[in-house]
Unconditional design. Structure first.
Length: 515
C-alpha cells in the first residue's frame, strides 16, 4: 500500500480544516440575516456589538505609517451606538485607551447620560504594542477570548464589527461564535486592483487604459511599453500592487527623458530609477517582491487642468439591499498625489449623483457574488469642456478613511445622504458638510497629551456643539503626543463653514504647539 508523503497529508488536513471553517462561517452569516431583519430596526432591542478595529492588512506597508497602532481608535465613532439604551459595546484594542479619550466620545452622545452609557461599555486590551495586527493578538490570547464571550449578556444577539475581514477575523468569529457584518474573506479578491478593473468593465464603467495581472519585472516592462505605444504622449503611468491601500501600495513611472524610439531594454534598465514608490521607506526590491506575490496593474496617469479624486461609499446589507451611503472628494498628497490624506463631504453636486449611479451598478454586480457590508469605490474625475468624465480606479472591500467621519456626522445629526441630489440633511432638514483628515501633523504638536488637546479645544470654542450641529470632532488622539499627528472631522452648515473650522483648528494647534 502506498503512503502519501507527510507534507501531502498535512496539506490535505489543512485544506479540510479550512473548508470546515468556511462552512461554519457561512452558517453564522446566514443566521445574521435573520438577526439583522428582526433586531437592527428596533432601537430598544437588547443587542451587543463587538468592535474589532484591526488593520489586518499588509504589515510591511502598515509599519511605514507613523502611529499605526493608534488607527484602532478611528472606530471609536461606533461608541455612538450607545445612544440606543439597551445596546452594549465591547471595544478591543492593542493597548488601553486613555480614559480622557473615552469620556470625550461619551460626552457627545445625544439623549444619554455618560454614566448610563459607561455601564454598557466594556473596554478590553491585549497590552501588546507589537506590529502584529490586533486580530492576531487576540487569537494568541485564549483568556481574552473567554473574557469577550463572558462580556456578552446571555439574552443579547451580538455580532462583530471589523475594520477589515480577513481569514484572521473569520477565525476569531468562529471562536466567539459571532457573525460579522462584513465581507466573507473568500471574496476579498474581488476588490484587488486587477479584479476591480475587470469588474468595472463588466459594469460598462470607464477605467484608465491599462494592464492587469502583472507579476514580474518583465510583465511590468511589457505593460509600460504597451501603454506608451497606445498613447505616445503619455508622461506617467501608475503602478499598483493588488493589495495596496490608501495609495501606499502605489508607484509612479515617469516617461521623461525616454528615447524617441521607446524600447523594452531601456525600460528594464531604467525601471528601478524611474519608478517612484509612494510608501515612505519601501524599497524597489520590496515593491517588486510584493508584485510577484500579489500581482498588480499598470495604468495611465490621468492628467487634466481640472481633476478631482472622488469616492462613493456603498453598503450591501444582509438582506441584499444596496445603499449609497455617501460621496466624498478625497484630498491626496505625497509624491504625485497618490496618498489619501483626507476628504470633503459631500462630493461636488455637479457629479455626485452620477457617482451614486455608478456605485449602485458596481454594488449590484458585487451582490451577485455574495458581498456584504460597507465598501468604497475610488474614481478620478476630469472636466472636458462642460462635461465631467469619471474613471473608476479601485474597490476597497472594507471600512476606510471616509467611513468614520460619515458615521460620526450621521450619529450626531440623525440625518442621511440623498444620493440622487448629492446632499446630506440632518434630522431637522438642515444641510451639513464636513472636512476630514487622518493626517493633520506637525512637529510642533508633539508632546500635547489627550488632556491638553481637549483643554485647548474647549478654551478656543472648537468642540462640536450639539445645539448648532457644528464644530470639530477629533480622532487618533493618542497619536498626538508621540507623533504630532491627529485626525479630525470639521462639521459646518456650509462648505465654507466646515473649512473655517478646519483652518481655525490648524491655526490654534500651531499657536499652542509652539508654546
Amino acid at each position: 500500500m502506498l503512503v502519501p508523503p507527510k507534507h501531502s497529508i498535512s496539506h490535505t488536513k489543512k485544506a479540510a480544516f479550512i473548508e470546515d471553517e468556511r462552512t461554519h462561517f457561512q452558517l453564522l452569516q446566514q443566521n445574521f440575516a435573520a438577526q439583522f431583519e428582526s433586531v437592527f430596526p428596533d432601537k430598544m432591542a437588547p443587542k451587543t456589538v463587538v468592535i474589532i478595529p484591526s488593520l489586518t492588512l499588509d504589515g510591511e506597508i502598515l509599519q511605514k505609517i507613523d502611529g499605526i497602532n493608534f488607527y484602532e481608535e478611528r472606530m471609536l465613532c461606533l461608541l455612538m451606538l450607545l445612544r440606543m439604551p439597551h445596546t452594549h459595546i465591547l471595544y478591543i484594542t492593542s493597548m488601553p485607551i486613555d480614559p480622557a479619550i473615552v469620556d470625550y466620545y461619551l460626552h457627545l452622545l445625544p439623549g444619554i447620560t455618560t454614566y448610563h452609557a459607561r455601564q454598557r461599555l466594556t473596554l478590553l486590551s491585549c497590552f501588546d504594542a507589537s506590529p502584529k495586527s490586533l486580530t492576531e493578538k487576540i487569537l494568541e490570547r485564549p483568556r481574552l477570548i473567554q473574557r469577550i464571550k463572558a462580556a456578552v449578556p446571555h439574552q443579547h444577539l451580538a455580532h462583530l464589527s471589523c475594520f477589515t475581514v480577513t481569514e484572521a477575523e473569520r477565525k476569531l468569529a468562529l471562536k466567539l461564535h459571532l457573525p460579522i457584518y462584513g465581507c466573507d474573506p473568500d471574496l476579498l479578491h474581488l476588490g484587488n486592483k486587477s479584479n476591480s478593473r475587470k469588474l468595472f468593465r463588466a459594469c460598462n464603467i470607464p477605467v484608465p487604459y491599462g494592464v492587469e495581472d502583472l507579476h514580474t519585472e518583465k510583465d511590468l516592462v511589457e505593460a509600460l511599453y504597451h501603454l506608451k505605444q497606445h498613447n505616445p504622449r503619455l508622461r506617467k503611468a501608475v503602478v499598483k500592487v493588488n493589495e495596496g491601500f490608501s495609495g501606499d501600495g502605489n508607484a509612479v513611472f515617469s516617461f521623461a527623458s525616454l528615447p524617441i524610439q521607446c524600447s523594452k531594454e531601456w525600460l528594464l534598465e531604467n525601471l528601478p530609477r524611474k519608478l517612484q514608490i509612494c510608501a515612505t521607506g519601501l524599497t524597489y526590491a520590496t515593491f517588486m517582491q510584493k508584485m510577484l506575490e500579489e500581482g498588480g496593474i499598470a495604468e495611465e496617469f490621468i492628467e487634466s487642468d481640472v481633476k478631482f479624486s472622488p469616492s462613493v461609499q456603498c453598503r450591501i446589507n444582509p438582506l441584499g439591499k444596496v445603499e449609497i451611503i455617501s460621496t466624498h472628494d478625497q484630498r491626496l498628497g505625497g509624491q504625485n498625489g497618490q496618498v489619501f490624506l483626507g476628504a470633503t463631504f459631500p462630493a461636488q453636486t455637479a457629479y455626485a449623483p452620477a457617482l451614486g449611479e455608478m456605485g449602485r451598478s458596481i454594488a449590484k454586480e458585487l451582490r451577485t457574488y455574495g458581498v456584504l457590508g460597507r465598501f468604497a469605490v475610488d474614481f478620478i474625475s476630469v472636466k472636458e469642456g462642460d462635461l465631467w468624465k469619471h474613471y473608476a480606479i479601485e474597490i476597497n472591500l472594507r471600512k476606510g478613511g471616509t467611513t468614520h467621519p460619515y458615521l460620526m456626522l450621521q450619529f450626531l445629526t440623525g440625518g442621511e445622504y440623498n444620493d440622487t441630489e448629492g446632499t446630506y440633511r440632518s434630522a431637522n432638514g438642515q444641510q451639513r458638510y464636513y472636512v476630514c483628515t487622518d493626517n493633520l501633523r506637525s512637529k510642533a504638536y508633539k508632546g500635547l497629551t489627550p488632556h491638553d488637546l481637549i483643554d485647548i479645544a474647549m478654551c478656543n470654542d472648537l468642540l462640536y456643539d450639539g445645539s448648532m450641529q457644528e464644530g470639530v470632532i477629533f480622532h487618533l488622539i493618542s497619536a498626538l503626543s508621540q507623533y504630532g499627528k491627529l485626525g479630525m472631522v470639521c462639521i459646518g452648515a456650509s462648505p465654507e463653514k466646515a473649512e473655517y473650522y478646519y483652518q481655525k483648528t490648524v491655526d490654534v494647534l500651531n499657536r499652542e504647539g509652539r508654546h
